[in-house]
Design a protein around this ligand. Structure first.
Ligand code: TRP
Length: 334
């Protein structure tokens, strides 16, 4: 039997992935390629929903793709591609936009959060319709499941609704995908504000661990991570969010269960603990950074790898779109 298909996307909006992206998405994508027919895209069409410099977009798209390969996505097994290389994404997004109610789109909470940063009327219509483009990404590939963080649940619900609606109105066309919510334990918070998720829009660079960062600054940030005034190392999300976050990081990177770590550090100070967390982070990131730098050093080769991915993606997306076009009543092109 064919392997179930997964599809996921990541935005090229930073010059490096951070630890939250790595543990919460990228590393689990790598695992999924063992058991699934995997499609992963760098979603540059989504990136331009907010003001974006062309040169930065170009650089960040390559950096994102290089990190995906460097983290272990194997171009032989996984289809890694750039969203804008497959024109069908924008085309299907338009058709789905015409199946989406204004009220339905207006209920998407991420728009409210993101547009608050610009002022709602300054935000682009693209930011408003962002979840519909995401639905197109998923439905085009007939994905069975979509590995995403819990914050994407609402977008997945919309995707399912739009897929079902289309199937109902025009006939069975799309696989209705299941969300594959990535592990909660790997939710990583900001080092300077442990109540907030680690994210590029968070407190300050000091709160974020970047995959492509050098060992020195990585160690420094971890040593300076906000903890609490106690001395005991234990997992207590509510009273000790900083220590709990470091335990989660250490556990996720070394594979040692949190209770074993707590036992190991009994009677030890925060300093020793933090040093070991820092080593775990450096050990995980250094090889990825080195491979990323190598890939970025040969842009022609990286672009060629992405062209191969785009071609494979286009084959699938093209098949879906041919059916969609016919079902909605567009005339065949000659
Ligand atoms: N919206 C997702 C995020 O911010 C990124 C994304 C775009 C995505 N298209 C997708 C995720 C398709 C899964 C499937 O994380």
């Amino acid at each position: 039997m064919a392997r179930p298909r997964v599809l996921s996307g990541i935005q090229p909006t930073a010059d490096s992935f951070h630890l939250g992206n790595y543990l919460g998405a990228v590393r689990q994508w790598v695992t999924l390629q063992e058991t699934h027919d995997a499609f992963y895209c760098v979603v540059d069409l989504h990136a331009i929903t907010v003001p974006t410099e062309p040169a930065a977009l170009r650089r960040r798209t390559r950096v994102a793709a290089a990190q995906l390969f460097a983290a272990g996505l194997d171009p032989e097994r996984s289809t890694v591609f750039v969203q804008s290389h497959v024109r069908e994404h924008a085309e299907l997004a338009w058709i789905l936009t015409c199946q989406t109610g204004m009220g339905e789109a207006a209920r998407m909470t991420q728009f409210k959060d993101k547009s608050a940063r610009y002022g709602e009327s300054a935000a682009s219509v693209g930011l408003f319709t962002y979840p519909i483009l995401q639905a197109a990404d998923i439905l085009l590939y007939q994905a069975d499941s979509v590995p995403v963080g819990a914050d994407q649940k609402q977008h997945l619900e919309l995707t399912r609704d739009l897929g079902q609606r289309f199937n109902h109105r025009f006939g069975d066309t799309f696989t209705i995908p299941e969300p594959y919510i990535l592990k909660e334990v790997e939710k990583i918070t900001d080092l300077q504000d442990p109540s907030a998720k680690m994210s590029k829009s968070s407190s300050s660079p000091a709160g974020i661990l970047d995959v492509l960062e050098q060992p020195g600054p990585l160690r420094k940030k971890i040593m300076r991570a906000v903890t609490d005034t106690e001395t005991e190392i234990r997992f207590d999300e509510e009273n000790k969010p900083g220590i709990s976050n470091l335990l989660r990081i250490q556990s996720a990177l070394t594979g040692t269960p949190i209770p074993d770590l707590v036992a190991r550090y009994a009677g030890q100070g925060y300093g020793t603990f933090k040093k070991e967390v820092a080593e775990a982070v450096v050990d995980a990131f250094a090889p990825i950074r080195e491979r990323t730098e190598k890939l970025l050093g040969d842009e022609a080769e990286l672009d060629r790898m992405l062209a191969v991915g785009a071609e494979r993606a286009r084959a699938v997306a093209g098949r879906t779109m041919a059916e969609v076009r016919d079902r909605v009543g567009f005339l065949p092109t000659s």
